[in-house]
Design a protein around this ligand. Structure first.
Ligand code: M6R
Length: 604
C-alpha cells in the first residue's frame, strides 16, 4: 500500500513533503520517512508509527529536493530498518516504493551472491540495489534496466546523491501523478494528486513503466523503451482542505453525524420527474441496451453493492449480481457488451477493484464508477461516474460513504425502474427517501441510549450479527465496523443460517446483535431470536418502532423509525456504526486509525 510524495522547487522541500504525508497517511501509518540531498550526500530521517513521531524527531539539514513515504507494511515487520526511504548498499541512491515486487526473493538471492549486503526485510531494498548495480551515470537508464527484471505492481521515486536537481519516478499498475504548477517553478509527485498543495496544476499520470525525470517545474517522460514521449497533461483544480474534527472527539463520530447532510447532498438536483445524474456521460440509449449488471466492490463498498443488487431486483426488476472485487478479478465471468459493470468505491483507488474493473473492460463491457473522490483512478478509468458527494472521509472506518452509496443505488434503481417501465411508484419511493435524513437525525439525538447499551456489551470478545433480506448486508456492514475498530470477533450471518452451524457457538458469553427492521421477514427473525434466547446468548435488537414484541425477546432493544424495506438499511446501519464506535471507545482502541489497516487499500 503506502503513500509516496516528492518535491523539487523553490519552497522548503521538507515542509512540502511533511504536508504531503499528512494527506497521504490514509494509505498507511506503520512508519514514515523523508529523505533528500544535502551537499552531495543523501540525508534521511525515518520513524516507526504515525507522522507525529517523525515530526518530533525531524532533524534534517536544508535539502535540495525531498522524497517522503508513509508505509503500510507488506514485506517485513513494522520497524525502523524497514521504513522508507531505503538506501542502496553504497548509500548513493535512495528509493521510496508503493506496491509489491513479486519476484524479490529470487532477485535478492542473486544480489546476495554478488556480494550485496541487505539491511531490511523489504522487497523494495532489492530494487534500489538493482538500480545501483545498473547505474552508469544516468539514473533513468539504470531504472529502466531494473524495470526489465521486476514482476509486480509498483510506483517508485528515486534520487541519487550526484543529481541534486532530479527525482526519477516510475509506475506500473499503481497510481502516480506528477504536477507542475502553472508558473513552472515547482514540481510535486504523489500517489494521489489531491495531496498537491496550491491551486491548479498540470498533471501527468504515469502508467505502464513510463519513467519521468522530474526537475523544478519541468517533467521529461520516457516510454517503456526509454524513448522520450510527449504526454498530455490534465489541468486539475485541487480542493484541498485540512481535515478538521469540528469539535468531535474522532473523525468517525463527526462523519457519522454528517450523514443527514451527506444523504441530502447525494439527492440534491437528482430528481425532477425522473432521476438525473448531471455528471454521468452515458446516454439513455446505452442504458436501454443493457441486459444485466455486475456490481463490484470491497469491504463496505461491497456491502453497499449487495444492497444494490436487492434494489435493482426489487425496484427495477433488473438482473444483477455482485462480487467482491478480489475474487471477481480471478473469475471467468460471463460478460458481454450488454453487461454494465458497476464499480463501487469511496476512494477510487482500491487495487483489487481497479484490477477487476480493468478485467471486465477486456470483455468489452462499459463500466460505471460510483465514487467519492474526484481525480481518483477509478473516475479516470470508468466509462461514466456518479459521485457520492459525501466530502472527504478521513476515518479508516467507512460510515458516510456507505449511506451515500446506498442513496445512489436507490436513485439508480429508480432510474432503471423508469427506463424499464416497472410497476413501482418511483415518486412515492423517492418521497419516502426524502424522510430518511430526518430519521437519522432522530437516531443521532438518541446516541446516549446506544452508548449505554454499547458499554454493557463492550466486555464481550465474540459477537454474531444477524439479519434477513435488507438487514443481512446491514448486519454484515455493522459487524465489519465492530471488528475493524474494537478488534472484537464479530461474525455476521443470515439469521436463517444460524441453525446450520453457527448456533453451536452461542451461550451466555456470545451476544447476538439482531437487525430486525425488514418487515417482510419480521416473524421469521423473531423465531430465530427465540432459538438464540433458548441458548442464553444476550440479545441486542435493532427494530422498527412497531415491532414491540421484541421487548419480550431481546435483552436490549433500540427502536428505529419505520420505513419500507428497501430504505430500512439507513437507520439500522447508523445504529450499527454508533454501537461499534462506543464499544471501541470503551475498549480504548485507536478509532480513526485502527491497527493494521489503511483507509485506501492499494495493494492486492
Ligand atoms: O475506498 P473503497 O470504498 O474502495 O474501500 C473499500 C474497503 O477497503 C473499505 O470499505 C473498508 O472495508 C473500510 N475500512 C470499512 O470500514
Amino acid at each position: 500500500m503506502c503513500g509516496i510524495f516528492g518535491y523539487v522547487g523553490k519552497k522548503n522541500p521538507i515542509n512540502v513533503c511533511m504536508q504531503g504525508l499528512l494527506h497521504l497517511e490514509y494509505r498507511g501509518y506503520d512508519s514514515t520517512g523523508i529523505g533528500g540531498i544535502h551537499n552531495g550526500k543523501i540525508e534521511i530521517c525515518k520513524s516507526e508509527g504515525k507522522l507525529a513521531n517523525l515530526k518530533k524527531k525531524l532533524d534534517l539539514p536544508m535539502l535540495e529536493l525531498a522524497i517522503a513515504h508513509t508505509r503500510w507494511a507488506t514485506h517485513g515487520k513494522v520497524n525502523h530498518a524497514n521504513a522508507h526511504p531505503l538506501l542502496d548498499a553504497s548509500g548513493s541512491i535512495a528509493l521510496i516504493h508503493n506496491g509489491i515486487i513479486e519476484n524479490y526473493q529470487e532477485l535478492k538471492e542473486n544480489l546476495i551472491k554478488e556480494g550485496i549486503p541487505f539491511s531490511s526485510e523489504t522487497d523494495s531494498e532489492v530494487v534500489v540495489n538493482l538500480i545501483a548495480k545498473f547505474y552508469k551515470g544516468d539514473l533513468a537508464q539504470a531504472i529502466h534496466k531494473a524495470l526489465g527484471l521486476l514482476k509486480g505492481i509498483f510506483a517508485f521515486l528515486v534520487i541519487h546523491k550526484d543529481h541534486p536537481q532530479e527525482i526519477i519516478a516510475t509506475a506500473q499498475d499503481c497510481p502516480l501523478s506528477i504536477g507542475c504548477n502553472i508558473d513552472k517553478s515547482e514540481s510535486m509527485i504523489s500517489s494521489d494528486p489531491n495531496t498537491f498543495q496550491g491551486d491548479s496544476y498540470d498533471i501527468f499520470f504515469l502508467k505502464e513503466k513510463e519513467i519521468a525525470r522530474v526537475t523544478s517545474g519541468c517533467v521529461e517522460i520516457f516510454d517503456q523503451h526509454l524513448k522520450s514521449i510527449r504526454k498530455r497533461s490534465e489541468r486539475l483544480e485541487i480542493e484541498q482542505q485540512a481535515p478538521t474534527k469540528n469539535g468531535f472527539e474522532h473523525f468517525m463520530l463527526k462523519e457519522i453525524f454528517e450523514q443527514p447532510s451527506t444523504i441530502r447532498r447525494a439527492l440534491l438536483g437528482r430528481f425532477n420527474q425522473g432521476i438525473f445524474f448531471e455528471e454521468l456521460q452515458l446516454s439513455n440509449v446505452f442504458f436501454k441496451s443493457i441486459e444485466n449488471l455486475w456490481i463490484l466492490g470491497c469491504g463496505t463498498s461491497s456491502h453497499a453493492g449487495v444492497l444494490g443488487t436487492y434494489l435493482m431486483e426489487d425496484l427495477a426488476r433488473f438482473p444483477s449480481s455482485v462480487e467482491i472485487a478480489s475474487e471477481a478479478r480471478y473469475r471467468n465471468p460471463i460478460l458481454s457488451k450488454k453487461t454494465l459493470v458497476i464499480a463501487v468505491s469511496q476512494s477510487g483507488e482500491t487495487a483489487d477493484l481497479l484490477a477487476a474493473t480493468r478485467e471486465a473492460q477486456k470483455y468489452g463491457c462499459k463500466t460505471l464508477g460510483i465514487c467519492n473522490v474526484k481525480n481518483s483512478t477509478l473516475v479516470r478509468e470508468t466509462s461514466g461516474v456518479i459521485f457520492l458527494r459525501a466530502g472527504p472521509e478521513i476515518s479508516v472506518c467507512s460510515t458516510k460513504a456507505f449511506t451515500a452509496q446506498l442513496t445512489v443505488f436507490i436513485l439508480l434503481s429508480l432510474y432503471f425502474a423508469n427506463l424499464r417501465n416497472t410497476q413501482i411508484d418511483v415518486g412515492a419511493i423517492y418521497k419516502e427517501l426524502l424522510t430518511i435524513p430526518a430519521h437519522i437525525e432522530q437516531i443521532l439525538e438518541r446516541q446516549e441510549e446506544i452508548q449505554k447499551i454499547a458499554k454493557k456489551y463492550a466486555k464481550f470478545d465474540d459477537f454474531i450479527f444477524l439479519g434477513r433480506r435488507y438487514m443481512l448486508p446491514t448486519a454484515q456492514e455493522s459487524a465489519l465496523k465492530l471488528k475493524e475498530i474494537s478488534y472484537a470477533n464479530a461474525n455476521s450471518y443470515a439469521a436463517g443460517e444460524l441453525k446450520h452451524g453457527p448456533i453451536a457457538l452461542l451461550g451466555p458469553n456470545f451476544p447476538v446483535i439482531a437487525f430486525c427492521a425488514n418487515r417482510q421477514t419480521r416473524a421469521k427473525i423473531a423465531s430465530n431470536l427465540m432459538e438464540v434466547k433458548a441458548r442464553q446468548s444476550p440479545i441486542f435488537a435493532i427494530a422498527p418502532v412497531e415491532f414491540t414484541e421484541m421487548e419480550a425477546i431481546a435483552d436490549d432493544v433500540f427502536y428505529v423509525p419505520s420505513t419500507i424495506d428497501p430504505l430500512a438499511p439507513f437507520s439500522s446501519a447508523v445504529v450499527g456504526q454508533l454501537f461499534a464506535y462506543y464499544i471501541a471507545k470503551e475498549r480504548g482502541s485507536d478509532i480513526d486509525q485502527p491497527r493494521n489497516l489503511a483507509k485506501s487499500v492499494t495493494v492486492e
